[in-house]
Design a protein. Sequence first.
Length: 448
Amino acid sequence: MDDKKIIIIGGGLVGSLLGLILAKRGIKISVYESRPDMRKSNISAGKSINLALSHRGLAALEKVGLKDSILQHAVKMKSRIIHPVHGDKIILPYGTREGEYINSISRKKLNEILMDELELIQPNCIRFNTRLVETDNKSKSFTFDIGNGEKLIEKNCRIFGTDGAFSATREYLLSQSSTIKFNYSQTFQNYGYKELNLEPDELGQFQLENNGLHIWPRGHFMMIALPNPDASFTCTLFAPYKGKDGFEQLISKSNVENYFTEHFPDITPKFNDLADQFFENPIGNLVTVKCHPWHIHDETLLLGDAAHAIIPFYGQGMNCGFEDVFVLDKLMDEKSSWTDIFESFTEARKINSDAIADLAEDNFIEMRDKVGDEIFQKKRKLEVDLEIKHQNYYSKYALVTFRPDISYHEAMVRGRRQDEILMNLCAVKNEVDLDTTYKLMCEEGLIN
Ligand SMILES: Cc1cc2nc3c(=O)[nH]c(=O)nc-3n(C[C@H](O)[C@H](O)[C@H](O)COP(=O)(O)OP(=O)(O)OC[C@H]3O[C@@H](n4cnc5c(N)ncnc54)[C@H](O)[C@@H]3O)c2cc1C
């Protein structure tokens, strides 16, 4: 392959992992990251404080030899722990087989480890405070703001755009939309999110069970909480911007306290500074981005959120971005030109990122609305019983989360059909026979 300069725009989770994969192949790279070095300054790593890391992401981390060391910084989440407004909590295990749990990991820690590993191989290859601000498709130039009014111009380079949901690299593809037939859509949810920190108790212990992902489903809104290694939890309220129970109504400290006491009575007394945090922390937006193609010839390629930002309700955005890198690495073994690699990459990944985007939308409704529903809980119990009795039955959640060998698209098609069958059975029967259900699944070709 040629010796064009390779630039990765964006040193977030996907850009840092991509850098590492390329560096391990002996390919020289430069990463241009708009923010300061998070390892040296106390800046937010952006978006959510912690993330659910699961098997697809872990497969990519294993490839760079980091799976075990990263998992040392994670907290295992084995179940969904549902908090009704009144009454007992309900525990719904994520999986039934060995190793079927998800991992709560700090975004900052994960990004720092990836950057450290990358710079062990190529010292100082990440250039911070370097923001892509302008592109020109005629001269194929990319202009970066490097501070103090100075600019850096790069021309005729091979560009990997991993600059996130609001990617400036994507603008370069958009500027050539009629030539490359670039399709693009960006859809904001009517929902935003706010993160709140639940401190450890006075003995330094977790204030909730630390082995699960907590959910307070409330119909048209919900709160979740993920544990952190320091015994705190990061709680995230997802609520509509406007209307009933929406953010726009929460304008005073007493509004906030009353809202939490009414809807989340079990956790509200555990916060020391709920209302203060509520007004200090920003409301984040939730956006889905779909576009196609993700590449121009062998020059520019988008990966991660820059190519396919999704809403976070399957906990798969980063996992999907890491899987992008995994697939790209595989294609680099199989193909001999960048053109083939980029084309095959778009072809292989687009259908799958569309599938997980759609599944994430389904799961938002499931999490906020259905996990509290009796038929849903019956169906979930049936799935667990089926998985225990027939180990080669995988629920939709397990297919998406624990089976990187099955594509997101296949997981979606199979999982939706399974759900349909099980929900119908649970709606009409008090007792559902496991063997008959399993046989039905086999006949429909849903088991392999
Ligand atoms: C509330 C919330 C919860 C989530 N939870 C999960 C979860 O549990 N599990 C999961 O798998 N995913 C989750 N996600 C999704 C996950 O955060 C993203 O999919 C992931 O961060 C994508 O990584 P990325 O590297 O592509 O983009 P980003 O993480 O956005 O990184 C982009 C990088 O590019 C830099 N950059 C941006 N613009 C420029 C520019 N012009 N020039 C140079 N650099 C630039 C940024 O500073 C940043 O470092 C969640 C998302 C949200 C919003």
